[in-house]
Design a protein around this ligand. Structure first.
Ligand code: SF4
Ligand code: SF4
Length: 331
């Protein structure tokens, strides 16, 4: 099994394109913030134009189509085919499993690299408390339908103190379901999560004591696993992805962020105006990327400092990695 930290690079880029913000679910930790991200569903012609803005780097760019729930968009199949025509390196649809508008009948496995299903518990009880009644069954049934038609499926499990107790059951479940890739995410304090009065993130000890072990067990089943590093070990270098790699998070109101944990604020570095990608004036997220602090990630310290601790001299006990820094296990 190969363990590696996925280094940031300007050679490859990731484009997370929210083509709408509407969703049929109302997950308790939903990252969508309508005040900041709007309530638009982009028409197909606009999506086509905006994809074209990123097309010059398409062969190096992994495209993720998301929402809201992207399958609620009646033209999602046309979007996927247009992205394929433009030559994006990989195309993924992130879904909550409901697969609206018969999407699986309108595209083929050749059009799409991954269908990525969000599941936040190994049982209906835990998952549905977070994501809504019936959502567990929808994901399992969606995966069965997708696999029977030959699509590659991945799964995203967003870890919080509400579901970490069931993570150890995921190696068996992901194997039974025939998942090809498994992504563990850490819950971010944005959107609905930021409204909780208690921290949802698990402690450093619980995170480090649980995540790497489960990741290995999932990888033992022949599944590629990715999880965020979160806590840097002593001597590990800190880098802010905003300075050293190209990641774009595009929202239907035209805002383009480079850092997902800035999304609750009007700190976007670019905006699409009249189909042109325009840089925003200071102060925006790029001004924060330049700040060097002993705690590592500046945005983490500003909006989710609960994961920091300090020694008697006031020095941070550990640094927080960029939220985009991932550890990958390849069987
Ligand atoms: S499925 Fe995604 S977009 Fe929909 S409510 Fe849940 S987190 Fe939000
Ligand atoms: S999470 Fe922190 S380190 Fe990563 S891009 Fe955002 S500000 Fe930079």
């Amino acid at each position: 099994m190969q363990h590696k930290t996925v280094a940031f690079s300007k050679e490859s880029s990731n484009l997370f394109f929210h083509i709408l913000t509407q969703c049929n679910l109302s997950c308790s930790h939903c990252y969508i913030n309508p005040e900041q991200h709007g309530k638009r569903r982009l028409p197909f012609d606009t999506i086509k134009d905006w994809l074209g803005l990123f097309a010059p780097k398409a062969p190096e760019t992994n495209l993720v189509l998301l929402g809201g729930e992207p399958t609620l968009h009646p033209d999602l199949s046309l979007v996927v085919k247009e992205a394929r025509r433009l030559g994006f390196r990989s195309i993924t649809i992130d879904t909550n499993g409901y697969l609206f508008h018969d999407i699986l009948d309108k595209i083929t496995p050749d059009d799409l690299d991954f269908l990525s299903f969000s599941l936040d518990g190994a049982t209906p009880d835990t998952n549905d408390k977070i994501r809504g009644k019936g959502s567990y069954d929808a994901v399992l049934s969606g995966i069965h339908s997708a696999r029977s038609k030959g699509f590659s499926c991945s799964m995203i499990y967003t870890v919080s103190d509400k579901n970490i107790h069931e993570l150890a059951r995921m190696p068996d479940l992901t194997k039974d379901l025939g998942i090809n890739r498994f992504f563990i995410q850490v819950i971010g304090m944005r959107g609905e999560s930021s409204k909780f009065s208690t921290a949802l993130q698990v402690s450093k000890e619980i995170w480090l004591g649980t995540i790497p072990k489960v990741a290995e067990k999932v990888a033992d089943q022949g599944i590629v696993v990715t999880y965020p590093k979160v806590f840097l070990s002593h001597g590990e270098p800190f880098q802010c992805a905003g300075n050293v790699s190209d990641n774009y998070f595009v929202f239907p109101n035209g805002r383009v962020y480079q850092c997902p944990i800035c999304e609750d604020f009007p700190l976007h570095s670019h905006e699409i105006i009249n189909n042109r990608l325009m840089p925003m004036p200071p102060i925006n997220e790029t001004d924060l990327f330049k700040l060097i602090i002993p705690e590592g990630c500046v945005m983490n310290k500003m909006i989710q400092p609960g994961n920091l601790s300090y020694d008697a001299e006031g020095r941070p006990c550990h640094r927080i990695a960029c939220c985009l820094l991932k550890q990958e296990l390849t069987p």
